[in-house]
Unconditional design. Structure first.
Length: 504
């Protein structure tokens, strides 16, 4: 097609689009308003999702808004009480003025007002979709160097998500019996697993016993100072969950196994770096050797076998830097729709951004907005969300460097929004950097005594890590030990000496 012909074709398409009327149904709007004027109880059936601006007709929008004001004040809304609102309303004059209200109230009433409300809302969404498409079209044509196409896509996804959420609030008061049934179902599931877990297993035995697993809709903060092993523990848990399978029951009543799905949002490390770390964890080959390529044929075979096992897992990595909560939500919702979703991991929350470039006055407010958003995602998608967090430097100033809740950086609402707060602490890291030096005027005996105590303590904590459960809404707090292999960044269950089998 020649350029001139193409332009003519586009022009004709635009002309035909202009001739089309936006989707609307004035009869449905009239039927809904008639039902409300006839009985104000009808308003209660639709007011939780239908807003005045959802009406296509401006007069209907004003009538519905006025009805809402009166009903919410506890007053009666009908043609008589609304007459005063519209005697001087020029916008209502076109449809007959106050007499139009009397006509609506006298019209036949269909009791299924919720159906009309949903139809009106659906048509509103269609009009908004058309407007959004036009905005996307206009912004795509603009040659603005400050507005990359990828940013426009993110903004479009955010607007689409906001539009999808409009009027979907089906919550509200519900019978306690429904919540009770759900609670009993969870208890039964834990009972059938020998009372072990009510939530998703991390496959670290002592941690699972303390936590009861990772609970759906929970926000779990995993925090620690740099080099403590936050990312390593998060990747270990992500792998353990992804290699697990759960029992599901099909429509025919038959049980089948379904693999768990994990979404890992890595804001600090690239997907390749994260994959390399997980390969090291699972193959047992040192991570630095993998990076340098200094491995034997035997090591390569181990890596290849581990890669083949990992290939089959439903472990998805998104390494978008500075991702926002709306973008994360959109991608997690898409993954759940396509593959299911069992767990979300975010590494780490201080690297996330607030939509609009961060209009808050302080970083504390921005982080608070991020944690509230992550908690909302956990509830909406009904999955646990593990969000890694940095700790403030004040930890380093104390003699006992075990972290506390007050050490959470920008802790305005991190502690408040979190259902669980876990800290990773490795005493070995600090001891190795605190080798005793001879003090002034200290004799050999005292120096060697101090040095031996330090050396003994280093041996006692070598290869050990502590997971400190500092907050748990569902149960007790406490400390559990894990083993830690720094070469492969792999955690494992700790078995105390008294539980080891006798060597004799």
């Amino acid at each position: 097609m020649e350029p001139t012909q193409r332009l003519q074709f586009v022009a004709s398409e635009e002309e035909s689009a202009l001739q089309r009327l936006p989707p609307h149904n004035l009869e449905a709007e009239q039927a809904l308003l008639a039902a409300i004027l006839h009985s104000n109880h009808a308003y209660e059936k639709v007011s939780d999702f239908l807003l005045p601006e959802h009406f296509a007709d401006g007069a209907h929008e004003r009538i519905y808004r006025a009805c809402g004001k009166l009903i919410e004040r506890g007053q009666l809304a009908n043609a008589i009480t609304l007459k005063g609102f519209f005697d001087q309303d020029g916008g209502l004059a076109d449809v007959g003025g106050a007499a139009y209200l009397a006509e609506l109230q006298a019209a036949p009433v269909n009791p299924d007002v919720r159906h009309y409300g949903r139809l009106i809302h659906d048509l509103f969404l269609r009009r908004e979709l058309i407007a959004l498409a036009q905005d996307i079209d206009e912004s795509a044509y603009e040659q603005d160097p400050d507005s990359a196409a990828t940013n426009q896509i993110e903004q479009a996804e955010q607007r689409l998500y906001s539009l999808a959420e409009t009027g979907l609030a089906e919550g509200g008061l519900q019978p306690f019996s429904g919540a009770l049934t759900e609670a009993v179902t969870l208890i039964e599931a834990a009972y059938r697993r020998d009372g072990a877990l009510a939530g998703l297993a991390t496959h670290f035995a002592e941690i699972d016993k303390l936590l009861g697993g990772l609970h759906r809709s929970d926000l779990i903060i995993l925090a620690g100072r740099p080099s403590m092993g936050k990312t390593a523990l998060a990747t270990n848990i992500a792998f353990n969950v992804a290699k697990s399978r759960r029992l599901e029951r099909g429509p025919d009543g038959q049980s089948f196994e379904e693999p768990e799905t994990v979404a890992f949002f890595s804001l600090e490390m690239s997907a390749e770096q994260l994959a390399g770390r997980i390969l090291s964890e699972q193959s047992g080959v040192r991570s630095d050797s993998l990076r340098k390529g200094a491995i034997t044929q035997e090591d390569f075979d181990k890596v290849f076998d581990a890669a083949r096992e990992l290939q089959a897992l439903r472990l998805f990595i998104d390494d978008t830097p500075a991702i926002s909560v709306p973008a994360l939500r959109t991608r997690a919702r898409r993954l759940k729709r396509q593959h299911g979703l069992s767990l979300i991991v975010v590494d780490y929350l201080q690297l996330m951004t607030v939509p609009g470039g961060g209009k808050s006055d302080s970083r504390v407010q921005e982080v608070s907005e991020i944690t509230r958003g992550l908690k909302a995602i956990a509830k909406e998608l009904d999955v646990p969300v593990i969000a890694l967090s940095q700790l403030s430097r004040q930890v380093e100033q104390r003699e006992d460097k075990r972290p506390q809740l007050s050490d959470l950086r920008e802790s305005g609402s991190i502690e408040q929004d979190a259902d669980m707060v876990l800290f990773v602490y490795r005493e070995q890291y600090y001891l190795e950097r605190a080798e005793p030096m001879r003090r002034e005027n200290e004799n050999d005996e005292k120096y060697h005594e101090r040095y031996e105590r330090w050396k003994q303590r280093c041996e006692e904590v070598y290869g050990l890590a502590e997971v400190i459960v500092a907050k748990q809404r569902h149960g007790p707090i406490g400390i559990r030990k894990l083993t830690f292999d720094g070469d492969t960044t792999r955690f494992g269950d700790y078995i105390a000496d008294e539980y080891l089998p006798d060597a004799h």
